[in-house]
Design a protein around this ligand. Structure first.
Ligand code: IMP
Ligand code: MG
Length: 294
């Protein structure tokens, strides 16, 4: 699971107003940060450190040091020199020099507003950022690779919501995996009938180790039907990996073996999940504005 958010802006004494503002922005978008956590010696004379550089922030989620520039050109030149030297001496350290416009753009790149949120006016707020998703998906892929080591499982995805998650997850597994998909109808008012299989498996899973991959488990009713169906084909084993677990709404107690994130009882979209077929292409998972839900 991702580490808890770090220190909050209100509790830290900042040297400059712009640093406090940056910390507030990071807090607002749920990005963990540490203020001036490390100093890097730049020049030494024997044991003595003649010059050191202490970047303003470290963002553990992005493994990135940030140095904010003020508006004074003289200071910018001096900071540029220090950052250049730091990169030379510590090539493994990821550091960026940012002015205000730069850092807003940087946040947008990682799926946080404001620039992105402006482009997606239907989103109330970002729940899980693109970088958090990628980190967690990597962890799940590693765990699945360990658990299925020596086996060649069949990964079965439930269309359509799972397409980003499954693609990313399987790229993080080091297994000789086969891939198949199922598509099922969802409940659309009281038109009668039951869950329909719109697309069944192509592969024969009898005697196979099957990993079912789902985008989100809500009431659990859909997954319950799919699992019944899959067990009837007599696989050797059957496990479930769900990106999102909306546990508060569970009606059927379905077993989940791998869970990306637990989410609150809110309607979420993005990273494959839709509302009336829209918003699937958002790189983050966000909460849709309530007034848009009908
Ligand atoms: P369940 O049968 O209630 O567990 O519903 C599962 C299905 O409902 C998922 O596979 C999604 O397609 C859809 N679903 C449930 N909650 C959400 C949500 O918050 N956003 C988008 N789709 C959802
Ligand atoms: Mg679905």
């Amino acid at each position: 699971m991702p580490p808890a958010a770090s220190v909050r802006a209100a509790r830290v004494q900042f040297a400059h107003e712009s640093e406090a503002e940056f910390a507030h922005i990071l807090d607002f978008y749920g990005i963990s940060w540490l203020y001036e956590p490390s100093s890097f010696p730049l020049r030494r004379k024997g044991e003595r450190i003649l010059e050191a550089f202490t970047p303003d922030f470290f963002l553990p989620d992005l493994n990135l040091y940030i140095e904010l520039t003020t508006l004074r050109q003289k200071l910018i030149t001096e900071k540029n020199r220090k950052v250049r030297l730091l990169r030379e001496l510590y090539p493994q350290v990821n550091v960026k020099l940012l002015n205000k416009k730069d850092y807003l753009r940087l946040l947008a790149k990682y799926g946080y507003g404001p620039p992105d949120a402006k482009k997606v006016p239907d989103i109330d707020r970002v729940l899980i950022s693109a970088s958090k998703i990628q980190r967690r998906v990597g962890e799940l892929g590693a765990q699945i690779s360990r658990d299925y080591s020596g086996r060649a499982p069949v990964a079965v995805g439930v269309l359509k919501g799972v397409f980003f998650f499954m693609a990313d997850l399987l790229r993080h597994t080091s297994l000789p995996v086969s891939v198949d998909f199922m598509a099922i109808s969802s409940y659309e008012g009281d038109s009668g009938g039951a869950v329909k299989i719109l697309k069944d498996l192509d592969l024969n899973i009898a005697g196979q180790h099957v990993l079912l991959i789902e985008d989100i488990v809500d009431t659990g009713m859909t997954l319950n039907r799919i699992l019944e169906r899959l067990w009837s084909h007599r696989p050797a084993s059957l496990k479930v990996c769900a990106l999102l677990d909306k546990r508060a709404r569970r009606l059927v107690d379905v077993p989940l073996d791998y869970i990306g994130f637990e989410v609150p009882d809110e309607f979420v979209v993005g990273y494959g999940l839709d509302y009336h077929q829209r918003y699937r292409n958002l790189p983050f998972i966000g909460i849709l504005k309530h007034e848009l839900l009908s």
